[in-house]
Write a protein that binds this ligand. Structure first.
Ligand code: SAH
Length: 367
């Protein structure tokens, strides 16, 4: 049809699948869009950076990963400097955060000797990119497809930046018949459309803030995120270690449709470009915190990314980085700091949560 965007390869495949087998859940749709082995977004696109679809904090400035590197070394020491531990990053993107973190961490040779680095990444293309970024790093990464592949035999120190927002969520819609699962099906013209499926949400899964919602309200649940948080929490509670979760999200479970597609730095309709647009959902920090705590771990925060970075000395480090440099470089560093920590940029929307063994309160969560 003239004027219509050509459909993506994944859209054509999903339509055939739905025509044959019926509507799929929003979680299945998200999973296909991001992780389909042939046509998923992270399998084929080069998503990050100015030429991609979005820019993440480690791609804004080296200061981000460097501060996290310093945090990891500090918390490892607070934990009694265990002689063997797993250093793990799920969803490492281009590998920039870990490269910057290791540049600082390598100053502590005991930390480096004790660390075994594993990157959890499902995309072969991104694994290649990460290995390339870390080619000169002091630790050679191992790769895993999920956390369960990492032996549970030592403390876990983990950092997850913009990882949980990429995990599939389910959506439920309030109908006259209670909360029912939102599905992706086909309209009369054979195009992808949202619909309502038969599955209903059990009342214990409906948070208090959703009890008086109006018909048509959307409620999201995130069983995969919760399961991953539980497994991280259990390891930290029993073996020790710490995790930092950094992401954009909301603090209290409440109704709201947060599923969003981004294509070349602009919002895009969710169903229009499967596999070619990035697809994410805001992270439910209340649910995530609950999963970590139920697993026996201690949770610090969430605090805003701005407070976290400034609490770790962002301004001082930016000053050191700019000292003696030409004015235009100092100006760029100032702009990067504003972007990472400013309230109108990433500083307030992004939240940071720290997970530790009981009794360990790392800075800047300790005040
Ligand atoms: N942390 C990086 C990239 C964030 S994008 C940064 O800050 O720049 C999300 C990352 O999660 C990508 O590397 C993507 O391939 C990975 N990812 C998405 N779903 C995943 C899954 N189920 N398991 C492991 N990695 C996943």
């Amino acid at each position: 049809m003239s004027g219509r965007k050509p459909e993506t390869r994944l859209a054509a495949r999903l339509k055939r699948r739905i025509a044959a087998d019926g509507p799929i859940t929003v979680a299945d749709f998200m999973n296909a869009c991001l992780s389909d082995p042939e046509d998923g977004y992270y399998m084929m696109a080069e998503p990050f950076g100015a030429g991609g679809d979005f820019i993440t904090a480690p791609e804004v400035s080296q200061l981000f990963g460097e501060l996290i590197g310093a945090w990891l070394v500090h918390v490892w020491r607070l934990s009694g400097s265990p002689p063997h531990f797993h250093l793990v990053e799920p969803g490492p993107g281009r590998g920039t955060l870990m490269a910057d973190a290791l540049r600082v961490a390598r100053l502590d040779s005991d930390f480096m000797k004790a660390a075994h680095l594993t990157l959890v990444e499902t995309s072969p293309r991104l694994r290649e990119k990460q290995a390339e970024t870390l080619a000169k790093a002091p630790l050679k990464p191992q790769f895993a497809s999920h956390l369960g592949e990492i032996a549970d035999n030592a403390p876990l120190f983990l950092v997850a930046n913009e990882f949980f927002d990429a995990l599939p969520i389910h959506q439920h819609i309030l109908t006259g018949d209670g909360w029912r699962e939102r599905m992706v099906g086909l309209d009369d013209a054979g195009e992808l459309c949202f619909g309502i499926g038969p599955a209903s949400l059990a009342s214990p899964d409906v948070p208090a803030a959703a009890r008086n919602a109006a018909p048509g309200a959307v409620l999201e649940t995130q069983p995969l995120s919760n399961a991953i948080a539980t497994s991280i929490g259990e390891r930290i509670a029993t073996r020790g270690g710490a995790a930092l979760v950094i992401d954009y999200g909301y603090l209290r479970s409440a109704p709201g449709d947060t599923l969003q597609a981004i294509y070349r730095h602009e919002f895009d309709p969710v169903l229009v470009r499967p596999g070619e647009a990035d697809l994410t959902a805001h992270v439910n920090f209340e649910a995530l915190g609950h999963a970590f705590r139920s697993a026996g771990a201690q949770v610090g925060g969430p605090m805003t990314q701005g407070d976290f970075l400034i609490g770790l000395g962002l301004l001082e480090r930016a000053g050191q980085l700019g000292a003696g440099k030409p004015a235009h470089v100092q100006e760029r560093i100032r702009a990067d700091v504003e972007r990472l920590a400013g309230p109108d940029a990433m500083g307030t929307l992004f939240k940071v949560l720290a997970v530790t063994k009981q009794g360990l309160s790392p800075p800047p969560f300790d005040t």
